[in-house]
Design a protein around this ligand. Structure first.
Ligand code: NDP
Length: 252
């Protein structure tokens, strides 16, 4: 059951990377706030994930590096819901390596998914977006602070920050706001998926948490609430902005 007086009642929202982590938490919150939701993920089970969100949810499996897949996703959104009010550009991957170990494939994969994927997601969504509408792009606090072994990932997120400003400038006359949510370390599988050993994973997560002023990682739900703010009319005079949600990590 979803709200009839929620912050997104009557709205249609699309979320890339909506089948787990921050994207799924956002899809759940958007549903609770009354939105109809379309989620896009690589996992072939994405339509099944969407079914768990209720009857007003659509799930589409595809890869954001394929413009064909992204186009097909928005065609499915149009067929099912007719238009779009909110777009959360969230699909992304993180990989770390010292400068000397970065291969061309490593570099290209991060830029293809995080930057090219985001750019063409916005491009392909534009014909469906009404006015007013809101686009939120998931960057990261690492676009503001330097960390060893994160140079390529940080560069992809800094590129997204630049896209937010340029998109906002280009789309302001269409009544489309464009903002970034910039999370600190969040408890999802993003950071540790490639580490099979549970003890090593736990040690890494404990180390990360101890470096955060609040001494804990954030939760996907805490990012979802920031995305909801930017996506909803609560942020009706906010565009080109970046909302940092990082337990103080980038500030002191
Ligand atoms: P998850 O790994 O849990 O989720 C990533 C999502 O992106 C998944 O739904 C995944 O789909 C999707 N995705 C990845 N690559 C592709 C692709 N090529 N095509 C389609 N979908 C894809 O991580 P998070 O929820 O943590 O990450 C979400 C976003 O948040 C990312 O952009 C990340 O950079 C950003 N972020 C995360 C932080 C963190 O600490 N967790 C901190 C700062 C920013 P599938 O499952 O099908 O592969």
């Amino acid at each position: 059951m979803h709200a009839t007086h929620g912050k997104l009642t009557g709205k249609v929202a699309a979320i890339t990377g909506g089948n787990r982590g921050i994207g799924l938490a956002t899809a759940q919150l958007f549903r609770a706030e009354g939105a109809r939701v379309a989620i896009f993920g690589r996992d072939e089970a994405t339509p099944e994930h969407a079914a768990l969100l209720g009857a007003d949810a659509l799930g589409f499996a595809g890869d954001v590096t394929s413009i064909h897949d992204v186009k097909a996703f928005f065609q499915a959104v149009e067929q099912r819901f007719g238009h779009l009010d909110v777009l959360f550009v969230n699909a992304g991957v993180s990989k770390s390596a010292p400068i000397a170990d970065v291969t061309e494939d490593f570099f290209d994969e991060l830029f293809d998914i995080n930057v090219k994927g985001a750019f063409f997601t916005v491009q392909q969504a534009l014909p469906l977006l009404g006015s007013p509408a809101s686009i939120v792009i998931n960057t990261s606090m690492v676009n503001q602070v330097g960390y060893p072994a994160l140079s390529v990932y940080s560069a992809t997120k800094a590129a997204l920050r630049a896209l937010v400003r340029s998109f906002a400038a280009e789309l302001v006359e269409r009544g489309i706001r464009v903002n970034a949510v910039s999370p600190g370390p969040i408890a999802t599988t993003l950071l540790t998926r490639d580490i099979p050993d549970a003890a090593t994973r736990d040690a890494i997560l404990t180390g990360i948490a101890s470096a955060i002023p609040m001494k804990r990682m954030g939760t996907p739900a805490e990012i979802a609430r920031a995305v909801l703010y930017l996506a909803s009319d609560d942020a009706s005079f906010t565009t080109a902005e970046e909302l940092v949600v990082d337990g103080g990590m980038s500030q002191f």
